[in-house]
Design a protein around this ligand. Structure first.
Ligand code: REY
Length: 415
């Protein structure tokens, strides 16, 4: 269905033509223009239906038809790999998006931050139930707010990005070149009342993971980047994964990302270059679909923390009927009843989904290169259905649709 607004029509038309021109090649896995699909062996993680690869491609195609310049997904299935790409990495050069292209992962960063803090807990340098103010004296106005509250979004600390991005394009333009200190971001939050008493309710807030970054830096004496690199990127050989701040460029080969304006019909805004200083340890990591699959699989297999700390990460606060939040990680239950573990990410220009099974044997990472477009966000949730639930027994998947938007970034949806 062609639902793109003016300004996206040209791109959309080109992509559809490319697909129609090469149906056989697209289907058999060769690259062409904006459409590639490649399939290795089918590994089939135990107990799961085979991934619905045709369904996955169709989800990506829909996301592009709905306004994303590009979209891609990768499934790692117990040693086998499947990936698909659709559309453009760059609207001006019309380079096709590539499966190895890097992108901004937004709040998937939160899991990395949580892992560093859990490792510090493993090293007895941090107590999860200690007040944040024990480590950062006087930072928060309530001594009852603990590290665990922060990592599970139960601190009640107001999310300053609510106001920052109330208007999407002007809000973005006003911060895209700015460099904030963590303290400045916390101050923005504290200018507003807390959303709940400490521990009393789940309320997603970037402020929590700004505090997490401050804890990492205080406890280790190093910038968060050093800790991500030494504790996660290097041990897992995540060669496409970087923490870049405050530089504005993505390193190496990457796909550009395009923000959808609030005004219908207005042209997309190329949002690729920004400091991401408004998010930092809450959202500034750059990665690839391969690295995200490696990361979440390693995490749930216990390769990054002790099993006791992993169990703490996986103590769930219910969010709604289909999702729950642990410590920097989400659980989503899909229409087929399977639960998957990971995170979503939303930064200007990029929607990311990265989830794995309980045993880490099948993982999916997907990105669409637009944001502020709820239709695309919902559509991309379909990549999880295709990856983990297999071919639909009967359409439509009402259960999946019901829970989709629920775990998006706060500026997109609030529960
Ligand atoms: C920020 C706004 C969303 C995104 C956010 N992202 O908090 C964190 C996350 C890091 O959870 C922006 N939305 C968009 C608006 C809405 O501007 N008015 O969609 O690009 O990943």
């Amino acid at each position: 269905m062609v639902s793109a607004t003016v300004g996206k029509g040209a791109v959309l038309g080109a992509v559809v033509v490319a697909l129609l021109a090469v149906p056989a090649r697209a289907a058999t896995g060769q690259a062409h223009a904006g459409t590639t699909a490649g399939q290795a062996r089918t590994g089939a993680a135990a107990g799961l239906p085979a991934p619905d690869t045709a369904g996955l491609r169709s989800v990506l195609r829909s996301a592009v038809a709905q306004g994303a310049p590009g979209a891609m997904a990768r499934i790692d299935d117990n040693g086998a790999m499947y990936r698909a790409t659709y559309g453009f990495a760059d609207r001006s050069t019309r380079r096709a998006i590539g499966g190895d292209d890097r992108f901004r992962v937004g709040s998937v960063t939160k899991t990395f931050s949580a892992v560093v803090l859990l490792q510090l807990a493993d090293e007895h340098r941090l107590t999860l139930d200690a007040p944040v103010n024990r480590y950062l004296p006087g930072l928060l106005p309530d001594d009852r707010i603990t590290v665990r509250h922060v990592l599970s979004h139960r601190s009640g600390l107001y999310d300053y990005t609510n106001d920052m991005f109330a208007r999407s394009v002007s809000g973005f333009e006003s911060v895209r070149n700015k460099v904030f200190t963590y303290r400045q971001l916390v101050k923005l939050s504290l200018a507003k009342p807390r959303t709940n008493a400490p521990g009393a309710a789940y309320s997603y807030s970037n402020t929590n993971f700004v505090v997490a970054g401050m804890l990492i830096e205080k406890l280790t004496g190093h910038p968060v980047r050093t800790e991500y690199e030494n504790r996660i990127f290097k041990p897992l050989r995540l060669k496409d994964t970087f923490y870049v701040h405050p530089d504005k460029k993505l390193p190496g080969r990457y796909t550009r990302g395009y923000l959808t304006p609030d005004t219908a019909g207005a042209p997309l805004v190329d949002a690729t270059e920004q400091t991401l200083s408004w998010a930092q340890s809450a959202g500034a990591i750059i990665s690839s679909t391969r690295d995200l699959n490696t990361f979440y699989s390693a995490l749930v297999r216990g390769r990054l923390t002790s099993s006791a700390r992993l169990a703490e990460m996986e103590r769930w606060t219910p969010v709604n009927s289909t999702t729950a939040y642990g410590l920097g990680v989400r659980r989503r239950t899909l229409s087929c009843g399977i639960s998957v573990y990971g995170h979503t990410g939303v930064v200007q220009g990029y929607y990311t989904y990265a989830f794995t099974t309980k045993d880490g044997r099948r993982s999916l990472a997907a990105v669409a290169t637009t944001s502020n477009n709820g239709t695309v966000l919902d559509t991309m949730a379909g990549t999880l259905e295709s990856a983990f639930c297999g071919k639909p027994k009967k359409a439509p998947r009402d259960a999946a649709v019901a829970g989709r938007n629920s775990d998006a970034a706060p500026a997109v949806a609030r529960n």
